[in-house]
Design a protein around this ligand. Sequence first.
Ligand SMILES: *Cc1c(COP(=O)(O)O)cnc(C)c1O
Length: 355
Amino acid sequence: MSRFWSPSVHALEPYVPGEQPRMNDLLKLNTNESPHGPSPKVIEAIRAVTDDTLRLYPDPTALKLRETIARVYDVGVDEVFVGNGSDEVLAHAFVGLLKQDGPLLFPDITYSFYPVYCRLFDIASEEVPLTEDFRIEVADYDRPCGAIILANPNAPTGVALSRAQIRDLLDRHPDCPVVIDEAYVDFGAESAVSLVREYPNLLVIHTLSKSRALAGLRVGYAIGQSALIEGLTRVKDSFNSYPLDRLALAGAEAAIADTEWLAVTTQQLIASRTKLVEGLEALGFTVLPSHANFVFARHQSRDATDISSALRQDAILVRHFRSERIRDFMRITVGTDAQCARLLTALRTIVSRNS
Ligand SMILES: *Cc1c(COP(=O)(O)O)cnc(C)c1O
């Protein structure tokens, strides 16, 4: 605390990212990073621009990257926005679209950055409870509001809405902006990108951090009709004109263009997820139906705090949230088959110990 802080800083409750400790033989299953690594073409592309052109500013409009995204998703260049990680794209959407007269709605259990941004940007919000079985019920959003944001698949549950359900939500709310955060959509859920043409109030946000295995590069993007994109661009150019550096632009272009790498690595991950779920269920866990690169699991008798600290003793990190409704669950990132096997072996010992 300091008397030199701006007064509003005292009231902030910053997001707490999953820890990134240094430990020998560490198995990190706590931040949903990819076990497969990015396309080799990404590394090649970054190497190719690692030269003295770094003295020059990058393209502030990120035109080539936006053209690549537009081509792959079959939308217009003016329907694409890019930013420094989807967290930054989200921040600009909170400022540029989601701060309305009525409250912003989001689920009581969702990406914990949403309430953080509401505090930072002074946005009134209302949490809509998930159902007993941790699903989003679209009809529950039928209440006065200024805007809506959902993660689909939701985090940290991994549970997804279908495209038809997103369409239903949009039909019920033609007059407020609706943002769908599709950070995990490539792992088997249905994207709402194809609905952008029909719904002028829909913005879909993606990240390169999860399915493209580039959490370290910090690139995210949004797809929506050009008027929405223009709103985001106004905010961005009031904040930072060059959010993506030259290396990130080159790497991101190569990552988006390599659709085959995406298809192969996400299929591998989905196969590993299926096996992991079977393994966990055999050990007495209940696992929510996941369309993400993580699973959300609770044990029938063992405490999640105890299990996660025992795993830590074995140098395996998973994420445990303390909030009331989900304190019995652990969020476990899906690793390679070998990593999942190491996790299951450790868990077998832990859950069979006398407590
Ligand atoms: C990981 C994640 C993000 C942020 O991703 P970055 O692009 O790394 O900032 C956004 N939304 C959700 C739901 C996520 O899980």
